[in-house]
Structures are given as C-alpha cells and as structure tokens.
Design a protein around this ligand. Sequence first.
Ligand code: ADP
Length: 541
Amino acid sequence: MMDVPLTVGMIMRHGTTVHGDGEVLTWTGEGTRRASYAQVGRHAARLAGALRGLGVTGDQRVATFQWNNQEHLEAYLAIPAMGAVAHTLNPRLAPDQVAWIANHARDEVVIVDGSLVPLLARALPEMKTIRHVVVASAADTPVDITGLADAGKQLHSYHELLAAAPEQFDWPTDVDERSAAAMCYTSGTTGDPKGVAYSHRSTYLHSMCICTGEAMALTSADRILPVVPMFHANAWGLPYAALMSGASLVMPDRNVAAEPLVRLVEAARPTVAAAVPTIWGDVLRHLRERGGDMSSIRQVLCGGSAVPPALMKAFAEELGVRITQAWGMTETSPIGSVATPPVGARGEEVWRYRTGAGRLVAGVEGRVVDDGDVVLPCDGTSVGEIQVRGPWVTARYYGEEDSARFHDGWLRTGDVGTLDELGFITISDRAKDVIKSGGEWISSVRLENLLMGHPKVREAAVVAVPDHKWGERPLATVVIAEGERISAAELRDHLSASVPAWQLPERWSFVSEVPKTSVGKFDKKLIRRRYASGELDVINP
Ligand code: ADP
C-alpha cells in the first residue's frame, strides 16, 4: 500500500473540497453567521500565508485564545497544515497560569478573540515568548485593543492580515505524520498543568474513531454542536471529525449558558451535541422551567466526569434525547471508551452499561493494575488503576523527560475502577478523590450519583476529609433544588437504601453552588481546602 502520511492537512483538504458544501455556523446570540467549509479552506490558506509572513516557521507554536467559532476552526486547520503547532489556551484560567502555560510551550504568536482581549491583556506582559498578537472577531465587529498596547508585542487585526495575505498557500507536502499538530495542557484539576502534544497521525486516527458507528456515527447529514470548548482536549476531537465526515458545525461562541444554548439548538437544529454533565444539568433545569425544543438532537455525547444517571434518565424520559457517556482524558485525545450497551442487554442491564464509563474503542487497549503493579483480571469486580495505551494516547508530557504517569508502555490514568471481559470500564473515582475509610474504599462518584438521583437535590459533590478514627471520611456538599427543603438526615436515609451504613457520610454541608474548575467539573480540591480552612458550615445529623 502507499505510505501516505496521515496529517491534518489531509483532513483539511478533504473537508474543504469534497465537503466544501459543509458549513460552520457561529451563534452571535441573536442569529448565526455562516461559512461553507470551502470558504473556511480559503480563509485557512490566507491565515497560513499571514502567519508565515509573521515569521512562523517549522514547528513553532501558535496559540489560540478563542471561543468555539469559525475563526478558531480556521486556526485549527491552518496552523497544523502549515507545519506549525496549534496550542489552545484556556481563557478560564487565571492570568498567571495562562502565562505560565504559554511560556512553557514557548508560544510565538497568539490569536485572541476580540471579546477576550481584556483577559489576555492581564496575562500578556508575562507571556515572554509571544512576539505577535492577532485579534480576531467577526468581520464587522470593532474591537478595543488599548489594553494590549503596553505589552511590547506587535498587534494585528485578523481580518486585515487575511485581506492582505495571498489567496493561495503552498501547503507543505512533507509534514511528518509523527510531528506535533496541536497541543493542549491538562486543566490541572489534580496538580500542575501538563502539556500534551498531539501528532498529525494521532489526530487523524482519533478523528476516524469519532466518526465510527460505535462512537458518534457521523455523516455529512449531521450538524455537530460542540459546547465543550476547543481549548478542552480539542473539543473532544469534534472539529476535525466534522471536517472528515462532512458534518456541519454549530458553534456556540461564548454563549454557553443554558438559555442561549437552547435558543441555538432551536435555531440551528444540531443532530449531535457534546458537553460536560454540569452544562446538561443547567440545560435540563432551564427546559423544565421555560420549555424548549431539543428534538433535533439524536445524541448527546457527555463525559469529562461521571454522568449522573438521573440526568441521563431525565433526558431520555422528558426530552426523548439520548445521552451517551464517554470516558477520556486530555492525555487520550480524548476518546477512550463510549458507553453503548451490548446488543443483548435488556431493561436495567442497559442502564448499568449506559451509566458506566463505556466500552474501549478500537485503537485503545486497557488494563487494571493494583498498587504493586500486578495486572488484575478483567472481570468487572477487581478494582485498581485503569491503564491505557494506543496510537492516540500520549507517551509523555511535553518538556518532561520522565514522569511516573507512564509505565511499561502504558499510561497510568489515575482513575480507579474495573474493566470487564467485554472492555467495559467502570470508574469509581480518581485516585486522588478516593475516600479511604478504615482501609476500605468509598466511591465518591457513587454517593454523588445517588444524591443527585434525589429529586430535591440539584448538585452534590462528595470529598474525602481527614478523620482521627478512620483516616478519611466522606463529606457531602449538597445544593438543594430551588424552592425545595430537605434535611441531611433525610438524605442519609435516602442513601442508606443503596449503600452500607459504614459508607454513609456523617458530615454534610448545604451550599448554594458546587465550585467548578475551568472546564466545568466539580472542583474537589477547592472543596477540601474550604473544609480545611473552616469556611464550610458542616452539620452532623
Ligand atoms: P482534568 O484532568 O484537568 O480534569 P481532563 O478532561 O483531561 O482534564 O480529565 C480527565 C479525567 O476526567 C479522567 O481521568 C477522569 O477522571 C474524568 N472523566 C472523564 N470522563 C469520565 C467519565 N465518563 N466518568 C468518570 N470520570 C470521567
């Protein structure tokens, strides 16, 4: 067979020619602006020419500080296809963290969305390696860039740069498929951010995986709404999978609250959508209060943290929309498993599979390993750390020679759980969130899911707190649904129907909101810190 390199350039060529009639729609909050994939391809050529003009060569890093929109998609294509590396920065991080990450990656240029200029302005003076700032916005939106002026960087307008650039770009044909196409830092939920560099090859193969029937079954008839940000593990690979399958993209831009999202769904009628569970929880509450039409959606992809079964059931029963749970990490591109039940499953068994973390996808292998590095059987009951390997699983962190996360050709995921003989993963906790009580493990995820299954509970996060007798015990922080009342004792009773008495939390805290990380997950580190410093009102029923 011909040895053709698998590159983002190939994805771009295919998507912008063969599927040149596909579209990217960007929500303005009032309506959508549209561009065909053919137009996106033409803009990408001009952007590549413009970046070359700014001196971008080789595998230099071009950072993006943008929402999910047309211009970000153009950058996603142009930067890797010209041989450079697209580095998505997370605008929800603190400015010093943004600067730390950009310096670590040695970013040379940053493309910033006009609405994010004030945020970038706070980080820019410390972004030492950046030479050029390109301010992107919809063609007709003026942007105030005064905040950027004092950082000593050269400033450019995206549209002026593109207008001045040549129409054609001489795309390189010798890009090594094993070289980096894009990079992303973990959001640091459990430690310092770590850089992951995705190769052209890994991006290509991962995109094919997403298109398959066992994953999202994408075709050119689909319209994909990635609510998950393009700076969070490449929006789970959906933009590239869209170009590969010809599916159109419906981009929310900065409008990711429930109300504008529902209006966007009604206006643009996406067929598939993807976001972390907290977003869908907000959408469900909004729909219950105000109504709305989600009927265009055939499948919602949900992951990033355990998806509460109550949420999946409510979507199925109240909206007729299927939530498919998937598991993955920034380190795994991110898709590792997708929760599609085996054909023979019936009734409650179906829910048991759907509420787990899913079945390994072709290309990703998994195993369960105990504390002493002994590989455990895949029997659905032996609990240990899940380890994975595959062509889109990272083999190291960027700029780190040696990390304990990689062992024997496997990635230690830091997730604790089981694998069964059919490759279905169940995750009981992150290793760092596990509650070790008197030598036994209590799953915080299970307690959270049970609590969030109570109709009067809006959100619940359970964390380990120190206990002089047991080592650690669970603390339940609970947000009660609006207009409802319920006591800790009643919630304990509710739990006791499903878990043994020794697992029941004795510490409870009712809060108005569970704190979230920059990618919308429960911030357990912060909850533990608040407990330790006495900031939480804790009751013992
Ligand atoms: P961060 O590490 O900063 O949170 P990631 O998005 O890379 O960013 O997080 C990956 C982690 O998210 C996984 O290791 C796992 O703990 C959690 N996760 C992802 N999907 C699921 C899922 N379906 N069920 C439970 N946990 C999940």
